[in-house]
Every structure is written in C-alpha cells, then in structure tokens.
Design a binder for this molecule. Structure first.
Ligand SMILES: Nc1ncnc2c1ncn2[C@@H]1O[C@H](COP(=O)(O)OP(=O)(O)OP(=O)(O)O)[C@@H](O)[C@H]1O
Length: 381
C-alpha cells in the first residue's frame, strides 16, 4: 500500500492516536544495516525508551520515525494510516535533540513560536500557545532572553516548549539530557515525565543511560546492532533480562562464564573449583558452559552460619579494591580460583581481607553460553 501524501494529519494534545506501528523498519547505510527489521507497537499515551550503547541504531530508528531518514525497508503506521512516505512536517511529531538546536539570534519567545509561524498559525493564537508552552516549562520570566543568556537546563526547556507548542501527537527525544550536569539531568528527567503525564503525550525517548530509561519509560526497547534484544517494562527488563547483553546493560556486572555442573528441576548449577553457583535458567542451556549473571548488590556478606544455608549460594573472596559510594562500599574480590566478583558491603574493607558472601538462588540468572553473545558491559558507553 502506498502512503498518501495528500492527507494532513491533525495533531492533538491528548493521545491523538490509538497506536503507532513500526513494521520491519530497516535502514541501511551502504552495506551496513543500522536498523534491522524493527517491529514495535506503541500505544497512544505510552512512554517508550530506545536503549542501547553508542552505534546500536537508536538515533537512526528515531530519525526514521521522524521522517528525517527514509526507510530502506518496512513501513510505519499510525492506526490504519501509513505515514512513512510523509515528510517530517506532515507527521505531526515534535522533536527534542541533545544539542537543543535553538536559533541563537532569536529570543526564547520567537524560538518557541517558530514552528507555528511556518505553519501560518494566526498571530493571536501563536501568542496564546507560546505563553502556555512557556508557562508549562516555567520559563515565562525568560521569554525575552536570547538562548545564550540561559543555562543549559533552561535551554533544554526552551527546546521542549518548542516541541510541545505544536501539540504533537508524538514527541521524539534524542538524548535530550546528555549535555546537562548530573544534578540537572535528574531534575529535568522528572520534569519530562511530569510533562508526558500531564499533557497526555506519547513519547519515544532515545538514551544510552539505563537509569534514565528505567526511571522514565513505561516500556524499554533494548537495541543491539540495530536489532531488538528485549522489549519490556522497566521491572521486566531489570529483573529478568532476556540475554546476557541486556543483563550487562542492566547492572549485572558479574557475568561469570563457568562449566555446567548439573541441573535439577528449575535450577541449574555452574561452577569451577571453589566457586559454585546455583541459579535459575533464563533460557535453554544446552552446552557444557553457561553464564551466571549476578548483580553486585545481590551479594550479601554472610553472617554466622548463613554460609551453610542451602537457600543461598556461599562463596569466599579476597578483597582486591573497594570504593566508598556513600551508603555503601563497592568492592572487587577474587575467589581462590581467580574469578573476579563485584559486590557491595556496608563499610570499608582492607585489601587482602577475606569476605564470605551469599547470594540467593533466585538472584543468580543463568544463560546459555554462545559464541556470539558477549557481555554488554564491554560495549556500554
Ligand atoms: N548518515 C550515516 N551514514 C553512514 N552510517 C551511519 C549514518 N548514520 C548512522 N550511521 C551508522 O549506523 C549505525 C547506528 O548509528 P546511530 O547513530 O543510529 O546509533 P546510536 O545508537 O544512536 O548511537 P549514538 O548514541 O552514538 O548516537 C552506526 O554504525 C553508525 O555509524
């Protein structure tokens, strides 16, 4: 079915569509595939995060949605209407970029009004909508300043105002907070989520920061080399990553490839020498080796006889280094067999000290060990 460029989409402030669908969306650059057969259904009102390391195809996917890049293959639909042949301005989407992309010579008010002016909206309506957008992002008092007179966070709010003033039916954000310092990033993150909720927006948000994705999104799409690794709620992706790649990205810093010792019911044991871990298989494990994924914070320092408990795995490590992280200490230790273990402690420990650790069986996730499946931690930016 060919798209119909004549039809102008009517943007609206409240979930202006039932759903948006990307069907086999593919984008190649020469021989390289940046986005590979991406299937994604976005419900009106949802907040979707596209998450993955640098170069995984997030921005390309977003630019395909925006209409800034033509598709090499596949289609994009809003309800029953095919939109991938429409130019960006006919899609009714708003975009917010990492570098704000403001006009430096225009005051804030004119920057926000720009999109309405080119759409030939009447002067009175422009003034009303610009005032409303500035009020929403709390920049009314800065309306007559130039972008250069504003802080980074304020400039990003101008960029957001410029997008929402168009009453877009979909807001696309490409790493909008990455130029801000850590404190402002967290503040703006909350503001973005609040705006999304209050204005009933549908948002697609690109980030390489898993914390940002977990905090903001209703559902996260984890991408790797242009392909979907997992789509799920933050809870699903965080608690049960589908692959070791997603696990590495979600903070399972211990990805221990070990020989399979045996399995019993829904449990599998892997280990080598003094290190034995029983966990829950997350996929079929057929080979002789498997990867046990454990988050550092899931290790506990054993107290008394806890090391002998059969509800938890027990292991001993010799502390190598430890770092003070405020509420706790992050430490790295080594087993007698030489396996490096990352864990947390309530207080400082000296290098060389011996620590007994336990980890519950249900917090050890076991994946098949395949040659093509390396850890995401290595690629994470
Ligand atoms: N215009 C282009 N021409 C050629 N290759 C491109 C172009 N744009 C992107 N690519 C390639 O496509 C792949 C995906 O790039 P993309 O920018 O979508 O990744 P990303 O996940 O958004 O990364 P980042 O977070 O660094 O922006 C990369 O290998 C990149 O080099």
């Amino acid at each position: 079915m060919t798209p119909s460029p004549e039809r102008v989409l009517t943007p609206g402030p409240r979930a202006a569509f039932g759903h948006l669908r990307m069907d086999g969306v593919t984008r190649r650059f020469g021989g390289a595939v940046a986005v590979d057969a991406l299937d994604l259904r976005i419900e009106g009102g949802e907040f979707i995060a596209l998450l993955g390391p640098s170069g995984c195809g997030k921005s390309t996917a977003l630019n395909c949605l925006a209409g800034l890049l033509p598709l090499s293959d596949g289609s994009i639909w809003v309800d029953d209407e095919r939109i991938d042949g429409l130019p960006p301005e006919r899609r009714g989407f708003g975009m917010v970029f990492q570098n704000y992309a403001l006009f430096p010579h225009l005051p804030v008010r004119k920057n926000v009004a720009f999109g309405l002016s080119v759409r030939r909206v009447g002067k009175a309506e422009i003034a009303e909508r610009v005032n409303e957008a500035l009020r929403i992002v709390e920049l009314t008092d800065h309306a007559d300043k130039l972008p250069g007179q504003l802080s980074g966070g304020q400039q990003q709010r101008v960029a957001i105002a410029r997008a929402i003033v168009l009453r877009p039916r979909l807001v696309l954000m490409d790493e909008p907070l990455s130029n801000l310092d850590a404190k402002l990033r967290v503040q703006m993150r909350t503001e973005i989520r609040r705006l999304h909720q209050d204005l009933g927006l549908t948002t697609v948000y690109v980030t390489h920061d898993q914390e940002e994705a977990l905090a903001l999104a209703d559902r996260i799409v984890v991408l790797r080399s242009g392909r979907v690794q997992q789509i799920g709620t933050p809870e699903e992706v965080y608690t049960f990553p589908a692959t070791t790649y997603v696990a590495g990205f979600m903070g399972y810093r211990n990805l221990l490839e070990l020989p399979v010792v045996g399995s019993e019911g829904k449990r599998i044991t892997v280990g080598d020498g003094d290190l034995r871990l029983t966990g829950v298989p997350q996929q079929e494990v057929t080979g002789t080796r498997a990867v046990a994924a454990v988050r550092p914070e899931d290790f506990r320092v054993a107290t008394g006889s806890a090391g002998g408990s059969n509800a938890a795995n027990a292991l001993s490590v010799t502390v190598d280094v430890s770092e003070f992280h405020g509420r706790e200490v992050a430490a790295e230790g080594v087993t007698d067999g030489g396996t490096v273990i990352h864990f947390r402690l309530p207080g400082r420990v000296a290098p060389g000290e011996r620590v007994e650790l336990t980890v519950p069986v249900e917090r050890v996730l076991v994946y098949g060990s395949s040659a093509g499946e390396d850890s995401a931690g290595e690629e994470k930016t």
